[in-house]
Design a protein around this ligand. Structure first.
Ligand code: FES
Ligand code: MG
Length: 568
């Protein structure tokens, strides 16, 4: 006898009557007593017409339900909100915590013995995992999987690294209107998530490394039959977790598991956003992602996966080369193989079963790494006392040590208005500075950190410049771009003090980012700053909650009251 519908009974009178009522109502949907007297697996439905990345969710749901029933449990699908990168205003990040809160409460509110959460498009996987970790029911995570690649004039391409690259070509006048239109129909040729190592792929790989999803589930292309077989198997695992009452996320997410996730994040040349989301997930547990420890991991861990934007290939090639199990095998002693997975296996067993694919060149050996160090570095200095991040694997090596003159944009709107102005006083050696684009200031830390190269410089052949901000950047972008400067300017971080003409020094080797202005002058500028007031947009509703409680990037941009009790 399992908990099933009995779980969480609150008395409408006595417990017996509560169950009687509950059964009477669910039977309205045609269920028999035999169907109901079983362990129950809740499944989140994150389908939305606005979210083509989740376009295969209906088929995934069918497969999960099949797997749950084949293992003798009962599936119940329930909706949660869905967030798509391209359609979420003002930013998808603004909504991530809303989705996490909503999903957590629906897991708590409804009777279930285990839960399957389905996510993929950048914010949905972290939101669903944050929810599941806080609710702490036995959980299986299913990423929806990457799109298949596109083709254009014999070239393989994909969203959205090539979106940016080809748009830059168009801006520079190297591609005409009809060709860019053709490209527009080829960059995202199927449902599924962006198929480069952007945030969606990064989070899927991290999830697998944490042991929260099935082996290989990060990389199976969204439209493939294998994706649905994996979903069916996930349903079976969820049913077994429901019967065994575990393991729960709190049993799997050990410090060693979080270390493994950070090693994988570095080795895949993962998205800078992955660090923010992993920090938020850890914030829901007794553990913590320490930026300096993460940077040290980066010194030891080479980039082994040859995927855009750091390398050449796409997610489906990573999959056919052996996926995350093969990567963890190549990482050897950098991974703690005693960590466990929802399947009941240790990572040692998972890695032992990794496929060897002769001749593959996507997942490299450690002595044949793409980059000798990990993809991400943490910078500090008088501009970023609580840290900043750079994806140096996707930057121009010659700019990693650079001192240049600041050209400051006050906000995303200011940048949009002026960056292409032919009269803008800017040269290729300058440092473009964007502020008021952080978690609170924008709001929601938009992916505006990838400032466009001013048109007049792009036309003259400039491909990259040092760009710094308190914003985020798409994981699919390439450039020498310093992000997540913390504290952000809107809460009085030193970024608020920079003026056009100041000199800024970036030294990635020394992990530093500094404003070369005397302290006395900085003090004078600070004294002249206007005190922060509540902006109009934050006067009511979710916006108010967001504005009042959003944490900085080094705390994962969670809401202060959503973190585990007792934290900071
Ligand atoms: Fe959804 Fe890229 S837009 S994953
Ligand atoms: Mg993205």
């Amino acid at each position: 006898m399992t908990d099933g519908l009995r779980k969480g009974l609150t008395a409408y009178g006595d417990a017996g009557f509560s169950l009687f009522l509950r059964k009477a109502f669910i039977k309205a949907a045609g269920y028999s007593d035999d169907a109901l007297d079983r362990p129950i697996v809740g499944i989140t439905n994150t389908y939305s017409d606005y979210n083509p990345c989740h376009g295969n969710v209906p088929q995934i749901l069918e497969a999960v339900k099949r797997g749950v029933m084949l293992s003798g449990a009962m599936p119940f699908v329930f909706p949660t909100i869905s967030i798509a990168e391209s359609f979420a205003h003002p930013t998808s990040m603004y909504l991530r915590n809303l989705m996490a809160m909503e999903t957590e409460e629906m897991i708590r509110a409804q009777p279930m013995d285990a839960v399957v959460v389905i996510g993929g498009c950048d914010k949905t996987l972290p939101a669903q995992i944050m929810a599941a970790v806080s609710a702490d029911l036995p959980t299986v995570v299913i990423p929806v999987g990457p799109m298949v690649v596109g083709h254009h004039k014999g070239e393989v391409l994909g969203a959205c690294t090539d979106c940016r690259r080809l748009w830059a070509k168009y801006r520079a006048g190297e591609m005409d209107d009809s060709e860019i239109e053709a490209v527009n129909g080829r960059l995202a040729p199927s449902v599924g998530t962006c198929m480069v190592m952007g945030t969606a792929s990064t989070m899927a790989c991290i999830t697998e490394a944490l042991g929260l999803s099935l082996p290989m589930s990060a990389t199976i292309p969204a439209p493939h039959a294998e994706r649905f077989r994996s979903a069916e198997a996930s349903g079976r695992v969820a049913a077994e977790l429901a019967k065994a009452k575990g393991p729960k996320p709190s049993e799997l997410l050990t410090p060693a598991a979080f270390k493994n996730a950070q090693v994988v994040l570095q080795a895949i040349g993962g998205s800078t956003n992955g660090l923010v989301h992993l920090t938020a997930i850890a914030g829901r547990t007794p553990h913590k992602i320490d930026l300096d420890a993460f940077d040290r991991i980066g010194h030891e861990v080479p980039v082994l996966v040859d995927l855009k934007p750091s390398g050449e290939h796409y997610m489906e090639h990573f999959h056919h080369a052996g996926g995350v199990p093969k990567l963890m095998k190549q990482l050897g002693d950098l991974i703690d193989l005693d960590c466990r997975s929802i399947t009941g296996q240790s990572l040692r067993e998972i890695v032992a079963a990794a496929e060897d694919v002769p001749g593959q060149d996507v997942i490299r050996a450690r002595d044949d790494a793409i980059k000798p160090e990990g993809g991400l570095a943490v910078l500090r200095g008088n501009l970023a006392p609580r840290g900043a991040v750079i994806k140096h694997s996707a930057a121009s090596p010659k700019l990693l040590q650079h001192t240049g003159r600041a050209v400051v944009f006050e906000s995303v709107e200011d940048m949009t208005r002026r960056v292409d102005d032919p009269d803008l006083d800017v040269s290729a050696d300058d440092v473009l500075v964007l502020r008021n684009a952080g978690p609170k200031g924008a709001p929601g830390m938009p992916e505006a950190g990838y400032l466009p190269i001013p048109k007049k410089l792009a036309r003259g052949g400039t491909k990259d410049m040092v760009r710094i901000s308190d914003a985020r950047m798409s994981g699919t972008a390439f450039g020498t771009i310093v992000l997540h400067i913390t504290p952000e300017s809107a809460v009085g971080g030193p970024l608020a003090l920079v003026q056009t003409g100041d000199m800024i020094r970036l030294d990635v080797e020394r992990r530093s980012i500094d404003l070369l202005v005397d302290q006395s002058e900085l003090d004078r500028r600070r004294a002249a700053l206007k005190p922060a007031t509540t902006p109009d947009w934050a006067e009511r509703g979710y916006a108010h909650l967001f504005h009042e409680t959003i944490l900085q990037a080094d705390d994962g941009c969670d809401f202060d009251f959503m973190r585990r009790k007792g934290k900071g």
